[in-house]
Design a protein around this ligand. Structure first.
Ligand SMILES: Nc1ncnc2c1ncn2[C@@H]1O[C@H](COP(=O)(O)OP(=O)(O)OP(=O)(O)O)[C@@H](O)[C@H]1O
Ligand SMILES: [Mg+2]
Length: 383
């Protein structure tokens, strides 16, 4: 389980170190930083996929995702006695992301290339990384670390050795140094990060992937676009928890039944509803019904990953479905760790009743803060 998440220099998040629990609820008014929180966590997962730099570029590049306020707020400024004005940056440009879990911690620091950077002047570079054992990074517990192109790691005898001095600035040591013979711990941690799942606004329009029929293959984890929904539901029936699936459907749509029809191996989802003479096909399900089924398939996965993150799962659900959704989330949190970002009050209340750890984001002088969150110690790797 991840117990600490740290984000620095990402959009409105100047510096946050937050505790995470089995079930963590993140709420806040519009513009307080919920989506930024979600995206920062997703960027961290993308490091393990080798995609972090491409994703940053897709968001407009590091310079646009960086915290746009001053590096520090003076007391006079906080009390409104001084204007917010740009000083020359003393620290270098830096976006930092990290987490600590029950066994290992990982952090990454991204920055801009040193001039002259040639044609790739907006291409961010990985400046530092570290993997450590325990809660907070220190000289004693660091397992593998990277500063610029140089990666140092503990060898089996406990000595630190430079394992490469030529790590490219656009590649994470999690991608390159995670060699099963050399550093099995890094490989293990990377595979765990790769298992993290992010679900954000499933499409439910007429052309949505979840409404198409396609060849069914065994699907232990629903894909991010939900295109394999019928296969994921059938997989839950065959190797997962079919009773839990039926109960989740009954809880939300009393009297309804779900059928996955295989037509020569092509799967189609059908839903029988109380009062109807025939079952409805995927094109006929309402947006809310389809979205609920997608969440059911995601949360009842027979192969729970280390972490599932849901961004505003309440979108287009009728208020009546929020209590069943909260029960589904609470049930899933017994199998894997969950973070739910929402701005719906009913879902928030229902999840609070399920004992979720709650972080309410607020914005002060443009900065995302979480008043009342437990203060945790944290150390970033040095460049
Ligand atoms: N580079 C940046 N530096 C500082 N603030 C930024 C930066 N980029 C975006 N912001 C601000 O961060 C705030 C948080 O945005 P975010 O999208 O995370 O809010 P949200 O809580 O998801 O809101 P909503 O409920 O409307 O979706 C916005 O007010 C935005 O203007
Ligand atoms: Mg948002």
């Amino acid at each position: 389980m991840l117990h600490t998440l740290a984000i620095s220099g990402y959009r409105s998040i100047r510096d946050l170190v937050l505790p995470l629990d089995r079930l963590t609820l993140v709420t806040g008014r519009n513009g307080t930083g919920k989506s930024s929180f979600y995206r920062a966590l997703r960027l961290l997962a993308e490091v393990a996929q080798g995609r972090v730099i491409a994703s940053l570029a897709a968001e407009g590049g590091l310079t646009s995702t960086l915290w746009a306020g001053p590096e520090k707020f003076s007391r006079a400024l906080k009390q409104g006695e001084a204007p917010v004005e740009g000083l020359r940056r003393k620290d270098s440009v830096s976006l930092k992301l990290g987490f600590a879990s029950e066994d290992y911690g990982y952090a990454i620091d991204l920055g801009m290339p040193k001039p002259p950077a040639g044609a790739f002047m907006l291409d961010p570079e990985i400046k530092a990384e570290a993997v450590w054992a325990g809660d907070v990074l220190s000289r004693r517990n660091v397992f593998a670390s990277r500063a610029g192109p140089s990666v140092t790691a503990l060898d089996p005898r406990g000595y630190r050795e430079v394992i490469t001095a030529t790590m490219p600035p656009f590649e994470s040591m999690m991608m390159h140094a995670a060699d099963p013979k050399g550093l099995p711990e890094l490989l293990h941690l990377r595979e765990r990060m790769r298992s993290w799942r992010f679900y954000d606004h499933f499409r439910t329009d007429a052309e949505a992937p979840a409404r198409r029929t396609r060849v069914g293959t065994r699907t232990p984890m629903l894909s991010a676009d939900g295109g394999d929904l019928p296969a994921a539901l059938q997989t839950i029936r065959e190797i997962g928890d079919p009773d839990g699936l039926n109960a989740a459907i009954e809880d939300a749509f009393p009297g309804a039944s779900l059928e996955v029809r295989s037509d020569n191996g092509r799967f189609e989802l059908l839903m029988g509803q109380h009062g109807l003479l025939r079952a409805l096909g995927p094109a006929e399900l309402s947006d809310g019904t389809l979205r609920y089924l997608l969440l059911v398939a995601a949360l009842l996965t027979p192969r729970p990953p280390e972490l599932i993150v849901l961004n505003e799962p309440e979108t287009s659900l009728h208020p009546d479905l929020l209590a069943p959704l909260a029960r589904l989330i609470a049930r899933a949190a017994k199998e894997c760790q969950l973070v739910v970002v929402t701005h719906d009050d009913a879902l928030k209340q229902a999840l609070l009743a399920e004992d979720a750890l709650h972080h309410e984001l607020v914005k002060e002088l443009g900065e995302t803060l979480v008043p009342g969150a437990e203060e945790l110690s944290w150390t970033w790797p040095s460049r």
